[in-house]
Write a protein that binds this ligand. Sequence first.
Ligand SMILES: NC(=O)c1ccc[n+]([C@@H]2O[C@H](COP(=O)([O-])OP(=O)(O)OC[C@H]3O[C@@H](n4cnc5c(N)ncnc54)[C@H](OP(=O)(O)O)[C@@H]3O)[C@@H](O)[C@H]2O)c1
Length: 252
Amino acid sequence: MNTLNRVLILGATSAIAEQTARLLVAQGAHVYCVGRNPEKLQLMMDDLKVRAGSGQSIDGQAADLNEMDRHESLIEAAQTALGNLDAVLIAHGTLPDQKACEKEAEQALKEIQINALSVISLLTLLANQFEARQQGGVLAVISSVAGDRGRQSNYVYGAAKGMVSLFMQGLRNRLSRSKISVVTIKPGFVDTPMTDGFEKSGPLWAKPEVIAKGIVLAMQKGKDEVYLPGFWWGIMLIIRHIPERLFKRLSL
Ligand SMILES: NC(=O)c1ccc[n+]([C@@H]2O[C@H](COP(=O)([O-])OP(=O)(O)OC[C@H]3O[C@@H](n4cnc5c(N)ncnc54)[C@H](OP(=O)(O)O)[C@@H]3O)[C@@H](O)[C@H]2O)c1
């Protein structure tokens, strides 16, 4: 089992990340939280401090993760605050307006930038640092089932998440001889602010608390890839195997 004592959480104000942080803190972890919105971040850290024991460190700073020239100093700040990092969870993301992305290439690229390129920048820096220190650790990212196959309703988001999943697959292969776990998390539909405006009834929808439990377990066990909840593994197995000849005609 991997130790999750000192954890950096990027995109910490996301509903899924916040629930994950609560579980980690309940287990005694020290956390360094990076979120875009300073007020939301402060509220979240205040809540974590109430939940934490007296010796636990709850620290963090606000940052727009699109500012990739800040990534190195953010990681340094987390290391200074916590000492060596055991684990990192990258959780930030945006759900684009697919129609707007179809009209304007600039909009599509903006979404690829935050959902994929910023994650790849962070992973590259973190992987090199974890590899150099030779102490193992966990690099976990929230990707999505949307990255498993392109669909007309959200293929810009899907392409970005697919890029992240594939990048992590390669990174995992590169680091397979180290003790570093590269954990790809693929949630299905989760009831969070990201999906406000969706009709959220039905058995496919999950609460962020449920996803958070799966994330902590996957990080502890050093899983390669997890679908959350687990039934998405079966759904995506079927979706991935529908012949393209047929798939392209479906309104998905
Ligand atoms: N909800 C779902 O159905 C679902 C399904 C599969 C995967 N996911 C993935 O799960 C992760 C967490 O999303 P969520 O569902 O918890 O939604 P959420 O609560 O809306 O969280 C998204 C977070 O990303 C942050 N963010 C966006 N752009 C950022 C930037 N440039 N710099 C820093 N932070 C930025 C947002 O910060 P602000 O608060 O400042 O906006 C927000 O905290 C995302 O990667 C998402 O793609 C979600």
